[in-house]
Every structure is written in C-alpha cells, then in structure tokens.
Design a protein around this ligand. Structure first.
Ligand SMILES: C[S@@+](CC[C@H](N)C(=O)[O-])C[C@H]1O[C@@H](n2cnc3c(N)ncnc32)[C@H](O)[C@@H]1O
Length: 187
C-alpha cells in the first residue's frame, strides 16, 4: 500500500461524511459510504474492505449490517478509528515483511518465530479454496521448524498433540453465541 505522509493526508473523498485525520490518512466510512467512491489506491480500498464484515472470502465495498448496527458491548472489530489506529501503530513493525504466494512446503527452514494457522482439519476448514492439506506432512514440517513454533487448530484436531488454548467467540447470528474452541501446539 502506498504510504501517505504524516500530517499530509493524500486521500480525498467524494463524500462529506468521511473524516481525514492527519497522520492517519485512510478515511472512516459513514453507513452509506462505498469504498469504490474513495480516491484511494486499490490496495487501501481492499484493506478497508476486509474490515467491513467478517468471515468473507473477498473485501467488501460497503459497511455490513453488523458494522452499521454493532451488538452492544462488542469491542470495536470493524473499520473505525480504533482499528485504523492499531494498524497504523503496527506498520513500522511489519514494513519489512515479505509475502510469498506459495505452499508452506516451499518455505525455507531457519531460526524464526513460526505462527502456523492452517485451515482446520474439520468441517470449519472446508470453506477455504485451498484446503487439500496432508496433515501428516504438515505435522512433520511443523516439528522440523527451527526456533519458536506456534500452531493453531480447532478442538478435536489430533495431527499434533494440541492443548486447549481459548474458547473464542466466533461470528454468530443475533441472539446466539457461537464458540470456537481453539487449541494450540507450541515448540
Ligand atoms: C485459517 S486461514 C489463515 C488465516 C490467517 N492466519 C489470517 O489471520 O488471516 C488458513 C490459510 O491457509 C491457506 N492454505 C491452504 N493450503 C495451504 C498451503 N499448502 N500452504 C500455505 N497456505 C495454505 C488457506 O488459503 C488459508 O488462507
């Protein structure tokens, strides 16, 4: 994504409801706004679009109903001043990251912190476009990593000796609470 100079927001918008904050140049959206109307690089539209809803396979263009009518007591989890601030405050720590669009099996080994978050080996993982995973192979690959290794899964997975980690509130419908039982293996 193109970086905007601090104090010199480069983004302009066609809608009056959007606010620009110096140093935090990406705009906030009103309920009827559409990212396609924003005079921003496409990558910035995608970034905002991923925060307009949850559990989507592609970035959204408009705020979802969940974002427009947040459940009371929910932490801020959609595009807003808080999320923008969090991302902006972390940019310097990840600016050097490189993204490789390839299978994990092609990653060279080396001393690192390995955070491995594969599709769940159960029905919850079935929606990913890429999910044909040989979990025996992945387990060996995880065990071979040098450095700190953290592998996430869902309760019931047994391709590594996972321990209970956290009962996470997952995306749920109004009036019902879905809990995702997260497990973890570390080395
Ligand atoms: C649970 S998601 C990870 C989400 C990610 N950690 C995040 O927070 O956005 C699992 C990801 O593994 C990817 N995946 C599937 N097969 C893979 C493979 N052979 N190598 C690398 N990634 C793979 C899927 O495309 C999917 O994006």
């Amino acid at each position: 994504m193109r970086r905007s100079g601090h104090g010199e927001p480069s983004a302009s918008t066609t809608r009056p409801s959007m606010t620009l904050v110096p140093g935090r140049a990406l705009p906030l959206l009103g309920p009827d706004d559409d990212v396609r109307d924003l005079a921003l690089p496409q990558e910035a539209r995608w970034l905002i679009g991923w925060w307009l809803n949850k559990g989507m396979t592609a970035p959204c263009n408009r705020p979802s109903r969940w974002m427009r009518e947040p459940l009371p007591g929910r932490l801020e989890t959609y595009w807003g001043a808080g999320i923008r601030e969090r991302i902006a405050s972390q940019v310097d720590a990840i600016r050097h990251w490189r993204i490789y669009h390839t299978s994990y099996a092609n990653a060279p080994n080396g001393e690192a912190t390995w955070f491995i978050d594969p599709p769940y080996a159960n029905r919850a993982g079935a929606r990913y476009a890429y999910k044909d995973i040989d979990y025996n192979h992945l387990a060996s690959w995880c065990r071979e990593r040098l450095g700190q290794v953290i592998v996430c899964e869902n309760d019931g997975a047994d391709w590594l000796p996972f321990d209970h980690f956290h009962d996470a509130k997952a995306t749920a419908g109004r009036g019902r609470t879905k809990i995702s039982k997260e497990v973890v293996w570390t080395a």
